[in-house]
Ligand binder design. Sequence first.
Ligand SMILES: [Zn+2]
Length: 202
Amino acid sequence: MKQTLSLIAILAAYPALAEETRQLDAHEHGVGALNIAVDGTTLAMEFHAPGADIVGFEHAANSQEDRAAVDAAVATLAAPLDLFVLPAGAECSVTQASAELESEEDHEDHAADEDHEDHEDHEEHAEHDEHEEHADEAGHTEFHAEYTLNCANPEALTEITFAYFDTFENARELEVQVITASGAQAFEVERDAPVLDLRSQF
Ligand SMILES: [Zn+2]
């Protein structure tokens, strides 16, 4: 486990993972990312993708229908082996899985807060404006998930089949980074060729 964590720390030094800290409004709709670290029988994965890819919208989930769509997506993302299908022979099982929706509000401070001083007359207006701003804002969201799996027979991890693209019809591409004891390698997995060959990685 300790060794896996250090592999993940190494992952952070590679450019693809640095993208995770980018502003959400810089993300490209249709393109998500999956980082995978394999160490012994432990496989750690970190996933993120635009809300547009997963639920088809990025506005705040205010309606009951939208909230239900987000809840369903979070539940689906919490079952990684249905999305990122591993060879049965690898005997992988999920030991930890978490998924959540992140919105821009989680990442940005509200500059508007600075304008609240000394403007008695405007206070009501300011609040009103703030509300309007929120309503008009076409903010971006991303789904984020982290997984830990145990694979009894990691030598059989020869490929990953991305059923992900069948599940999420707006997703076009995943930028996949795989790090193993033999090094790190980046791949682009696209909807029309959703199988990643990992034989060169082990
Ligand atoms: Zn977006």
